[in-house]
Design a protein around this ligand. Structure first.
Ligand code: ZN
Length: 443
C-alpha cells in the first residue's frame, strides 16, 4: 500500500506542463480553521451516462474556476483561498477517464487541482448549497467530447421550439456607424452567431440565422425566411443610434405580424407614450430606416401578447448586462402587413452612437453576455409557454420544491437528465425557491 502510494506520487510528479508544485505539508483539517478559507473535506466520483461527475465537499462557499488543457488532456480546478487535507487526492481512485490527480498551492493560499485525463472532455462546474444530507458542494461534470453530440442524445418525437435570429442590416446596408467606425451590420451578425450557439446548447430549442453572412436582405425576405423555418419566434438584433452621444441603454420592441391593428394595441401604445422617457421619444423618432420599416410595416394582433411576454423576459435578463433604456417592452407598428403569425421582438442591444456602448458592442465578451442574457430570456418564456407539440411543452409530471432540494438530486430521483430538467424549467441558477413547482421533462 505504502509502496503503491509512493509510485502514484512519483507518477504525478513526473507529469509536468503546469505550474503546480507538490504539497508535502498541506493543511490538515484541524489547522484549516481560518474563517475566510475553504476546505475540501472529500472528493467523490460518480459515473453517469456520457459524463463523469466529481463532487468536492466543502466547509463553505468557495470561489472557483475550471478550465481544460490539451496535449495532454487535463482539467484544472482553481479554488481561491482553499486547502485540502494531505493525501486526499490519493484516495481518489484512478479510472478510465482520470489517470491521475495532482494538487498544489498557488499564491501561497489558493488551491489548484489538476486531473490528468485519458481523453478530451468538456468541463462544467457549479456550486450546490447545503441540503439535508450534504453541505456546500462544488460539482464538476466532465463530459466525454466524443459522446456529447446533441443530435445523438436528442429524441425526435417532440419538436424543438424554433427561434429565427435576424441580424439587422447587411451587405450594402451597414446600418448605423459608431464614432470609431463600428458598423451595426457587423456587430449584429456577431451577436446573432453567439446567440445561435447558446440557444442550440439548450435542449428543446433550435436557432436558425436569417442571414449567416454579410449580405443585404430586404425585410420581406427576412420574414419569408422565418416563415420557411416555421419559426416560433423571430428576434431581430439592432444597435441604436442617436445624435446625442449620451443616449445609451438597451430597448426592446414587441412586434407581431399579421392582421389589422387592434384596439388593445392602440391602448397599449398610448399608455407607452405617456411614460416619461429620459431621452424623449426616441422610439417614435427612430433613426434607423430598417427599424422604422420593421416597426411601421408590422401590425399588432393577438400575438402581441406573446411578443410582449417574451420581450419582458428578455429585458429582465438584459438588465443584468446593460442599462435598460426603457423599463417596459415597447409595442410598435401601426400599419398592416400580411405576414406570418410569428411573435417577434426587436432588440436594440445598445447605442452604437455612444462611445462606451460602441466599445461594448465590439467586445466579444460583452457580446457573449448579451447573447446569454437573450437566451435566458427566451428560455424563461418558452419554459412557461412553449407551443404544443414541442419538447418544451411536454412534461411527465410536476414537482414542488421543498427547502434543501437541489436540481441534481431532483433530476436523479426522477431519472431524468439534469440538463434537460434545467432546460425544461429555465433553471439557470441553483437557487430553487421552496414551493416553486417545476416540470419533469419527458426524455
Ligand atoms: Zn438597425
Amino acid at each position: 500500500m505504502k509502496n503503491n502510494r509512493r509510485k502514484f506520487l512519483k507518477n504525478l510528479a513526473g507529469i509536468s506542463g503546469i505550474a503546480t508544485s507538490m504539497v508535502p505539508g498541506f493543511a490538515s483539517a484541524k489547522s484549516a480553521v481560518s474563517l475566510s478559507s475553504a476546505e475540501i473535506k472529500d472528493i467523490r466520483l460518480s459515473n453517469n451516462q456520457g459524463y463523469l461527475r466529481l463532487v468536492f465537499d466543502l466547509n463553505g462557499i468557495a470561489d472557483h474556476s475550471v478550465f481544460t488543457l490539451d496535449k495532454p488532456d487535463r482539467v484544472v480546478l482553481d479554488i481561491k483561498n482553499a486547502t485540502m487535507p494531505h493525501g486526499l487526492v490519493d484516495r481518489v481512485q484512478a479510472n478510465a477517464l482520470i489517470r491521475s490527480i495532482r494538487s498544489g498551492v498557488q499564491n501561497k493560499k489558493d488551491l489548484r487541482v489538476v486531473f490528468d485525463l485519458s481523453q478530451s472532455v468538456s468541463a462544467r462546474s457549479f456550486i450546490l448549497g447545503p441540503s439535508e444530507k450534504s453541505g456546500h458542494r462544488l460539482v464538476i461534470d466532465l463530459h466525454h467530447n466524443k459522446t456529447i453530440t446533441r443530435s445523438k442524445i436528442k429524441k425526435i418525437n417532440k419538436r424543438d421550439v424554433v427561434i429565427a435570429i435576424d441580424a439587422g442590416h447587411g451587405g450594402k446596408d451597414p446600418g448605423a456607424i459608431g464614432r470609431s467606425g463600428t458598423r451595426e451590420k457587423t456587430v449584429t451578425l456577431q451577436i446573432a452567431k453567439k446567440l445561435q450557439k447558446y440557444i442550440n446548447q439548450q435542449r428543446g430549442m433550435q436557432a436558425v440565422l436569417i442571414r449567416k453572412n454579410d449580405r443585404f436582405m430586404r425585410l420581406r425576405e427576412r420574414i419569408q425566411k422565418a416563415r420557411e423555418y416555421h419559426a416560433d419566434l423571430m428576434i431581430s438584433l439592432h444597435a441604436d443610434s442617436f445624435p446625442d452621444p449620451r443616449a445609451r441603454g438597451s430597448s426592446i420592441y414587441a412586434l407581431s405580424v399579421d392582421g389589422a391593428s387592434s384596439e388593445t394595441a392602440r391602448m397599449l401604445a398610448d399608455k407607452e407614450n405617456a411614460v416619461d422617457l429620459l431621452f424623449g421619444n426616441v422610439d417614435l423618432a427612430v433613426q434607423d430606416p430598417m427599424v422604422q420599416e420593421v416597426l411601421f410595416d408590422l401590425s399588432l394582433t393577438g400575438t402581441i401578447e406573446s411578443s410582449l411576454d417574451i420581450g419582458g423576459e428578455i429585458i429582465d435578463q438584459i438588465k443584468s448586462v446593460n442599462r435598460v433604456h426603457k423599463k417596459k417592452v415597447q409595442q410598435a407598428g401601426f400599419a398592416v402587413l400580411k405576414a406570418p403569425n410569428i411573435p417577434s421582438v426587436l432588440l436594440e442591444t445598445a447605442f452604437i452612437s455612444n462611445p462606451r456602448e460602441e466599445k461594448n458592442l465590439r467586445s466579444s465578451s460583452h457580446q457573449k453576455k448579451v447573447a446569454k442574457a437573450i437566451t435566458r430570456g427566451i428560455g424563461k418564456y418558452f419554459a412557461r409557454k412553449a407551443p404544443p407539440g414541442t419538447w418544451l411543452a411536454a412534461s411527465q409530471g410536476s414537482y414542488a420544491i421543498s427547502s434543501g432540494d437541489d436540481v441534481t438530486a431532483i433530476a436523479k430521483n426522477h431519472n431524468v437528465d439534469e440538463q434537460d430538467l434545467r432546460a425544461r424549467n429555465a433553471l439557470y441558477a441553483n437557487n430553487l425557491i421552496a414551493g416553486q413547482v417545476i416540470k419533469i421533462p419527458v426524455s
